[in-house]
Ligand binder design. Sequence first.
Ligand SMILES: C[S@@+](CC[C@H](N)C(=O)[O-])C[C@H]1O[C@@H](n2cnc3c(N)ncnc32)[C@H](O)[C@@H]1O
Length: 252
Amino acid sequence: MNSVSRGKVWLVGAGPGDPDLLTVKALRLIQQAEVILHDRLVSDAILGLANPEAEMLYAGKTQGQQEEVQEFIFRMLIDYAKSGKRVVRLKGGDPLVFGRGAEEWERMLEAGVEVEVVPGISSSVAVPGIAGVPVTYRGVADGFAVITGHLRHEGQEVDWGKYARVDTLVILMGVATRVAIASELIRHGRPAAQPVAFVERGSTERERVVVATLGEVAAGIVEVANPAVFVAGEVVRVREKLLAAATQAILA
Ligand SMILES: C[S@@+](CC[C@H](N)C(=O)[O-])C[C@H]1O[C@@H](n2cnc3c(N)ncnc32)[C@H](O)[C@@H]1O
């Protein structure tokens, strides 16, 4: 950072959790920041990389308080940047994949605050990938969609029919709503026997993978804990092939 960059907000992606998955730029900014405003999903291991002198502000959102907390975030970012601080707004994954990163960018610009975006590794692709579920695979899945698991947007029901025909569906924030989502996908023509995977706390020591079928999820018999990435599609079977190949390699 040089003198030109004082009094500025960096909108930084922290990746899925493992500090080794930070970008070089994100690490440098975290170490040099004077103020860090972070979300719930940013791991302690990553927060521990900050300068001990840095002011650490937690800005996690709880149900029912989202708007209040978001206003607090806007205010803090503007006030600290205007007082000349180097502010890192640290978000899990990529800062512009859900989590209202672009809204924060917009508000900063409206307030005359300089912003720089530092992309991060998004959990949407990286978390399934690390667990052996590639979001595309030649001959199996030509494409994928990343969708929020919230069932309503701006008062409107989500039209799951729009997504049901996409080869691989990656659903974030869909743990609590998984039964309804699976039921909707089946209703819109996805086979109940289609495999799904939930990858909990991907890239961390507590990672856990739950494999089931859409029908089992719809029946409410699949236990999953937050945070998790929910993947539905034939690519889930690739994991079995990878596990079998890994076992063969060990035995050989
Ligand atoms: C508000 S969204 C933020 C997504 C983030 N910006 C990204 O690019 O990964 C939060 C959701 O991301 C997913 N998520 C983020 N990190 C995760 C991890 N390490 N393991 C599993 N799911 C994760 C979960 O579905 C969680 O509910």
